[in-house]
Ligand binder design. Structure first.
Ligand SMILES: NC(=O)C1=CN([C@@H]2O[C@H](COP(=O)(O)OP(=O)(O)OC[C@H]3O[C@@H](n4cnc5c(N)ncnc54)[C@H](O)[C@@H]3O)[C@@H](O)[C@H]2O)C=CC1
Ligand SMILES: C[C@H](O)[C@@H]1OC(=O)[C@H](O)[C@@H]1O
Length: 253
């Protein structure tokens, strides 16, 4: 087990990648706190799946775009489990939309959830880790989209580049406290975030065709990379980015 008796906090942990990461963390021996926005029954399913691994789980609802959500999430986790060892910044949205008529509100909301949310949450988790004095690990779910663009993602890709940049700067700011900060860059993973976009068979076939490993990703494909970066196996890894994309990024021709 890579994370025996560690406490892991995950934003956006009720569905998709965050939910799969929560279960993997539990499989690796950790207790888990998930945040989500209206997680409802999905959050309850994640709690059950973590408990099935013999670990504890709490769910705290809140919009990561609001600074007060971060303080409340960390406080609830400390109250339940006594500490924070690992923080995974995962919550995100991607409302696909063309560039030329992008509504200002869609741009603003995407920035606030994906980037400001990651900032507030990372800051709150890091403050708790510094207070504890034992170091820690922070992993942000960035994206292959931090490196390459998307016609209908002009509001989204800058947030994913920003999240990785946040991890790089935090690696420097927090290194003296023994806190490591890294990013995981998933390729296209089948979740609710792209359900509508990939409902178009032509788009889905095109995306699949770009991937040397021959398939789109599943949420479970991301858990191992996060567990590695969160664990002592990665004790000398900070400010790094790990692509988990089936080879899509390097596939020029
Ligand atoms: N699915 C994909 O192909 C990829 C996803 N990502 C990133 O992975 C992360 C998770 O995405 P998926 O699992 O695919 O999406 P999803 O839509 O399946 O899950 C999103 C999660 O974030 C939560 N969430 C959304 N807005 C929130 C808010 N304002 N406050 C708190 N929680 C909120 C939801 O409650 C849910 O738990 C996102 O940051 C996304 O950008 C990165 C690369 C690829
Ligand atoms: C939502 C998209 O399908 C997904 O999000 C990302 O970050 C990936 O690059 C995919 O485009």
């Amino acid at each position: 087990m890579l994370l025996k008796d560690k406490v892991v906090l995950i934003t956006g942990g009720s569905r998709g990648i965050g939910a799969a990461v929560a279960v993997e963390m539990a499989r690796q021996g950790a207790d888990v706190a998930i945040n989500s926005h209206s997680g409802g029954s999905a959050a309850a399913e994640v709690i059950a799946a973590v408990e099935a691994q013999g670990r504890r789980c709490i769910s705290v609802e809140g919009d990561v775009a609001l600074p007060e959500t971060a303080a409340a999430f960390v406080e609830a986790a400390v109250e339940a489990f006594g500490k924070v060892d690992v923080f995974v910044s995962n919550a995100g949205i991607c409302p696909f939309h063309a560039f030329l008529d992008m509504p200002a509100e869609t741009l603003k909301r995407t920035m606030e959830v994906n980037l400001h949310g990651a900032y507030f949450m990372t800051q709150a988790a890091a403050n708790q880790m510094v207070k504890q004095g034992n170091g820690g690990a922070i992993v942000a779910i960035s994206s292959i989209s931090a490196l390459v663009g998307g016609e209908f993602q002009t509001h989204y890709t800058p947030t994913k580049a920003g999240v990785h940049s946040l991890m790089q700067s935090c690696a420097i700011a927090l290194g003296k406290h023994g806190i490591r900060c890294n990013s995981v860059l998933p390729g296209t993973i089948l979740t609710d975030i792209n359900k509508d976009d990939l409902a178009d068979p032509k788009k889905r076939e095109y995306m699949e065709g770009r991937i040397p490993l021959g398939r789109l990703g599943q949420p479970e494909d991301i858990g191992g990379a996060v567990a590695f970066l969160a664990s002592d196996m990665a004790a000398y890894v900070t400010g790094a980015a790990l692509l988990v994309d089936g080879g899509a990024f390097v596939n020029l021709q």
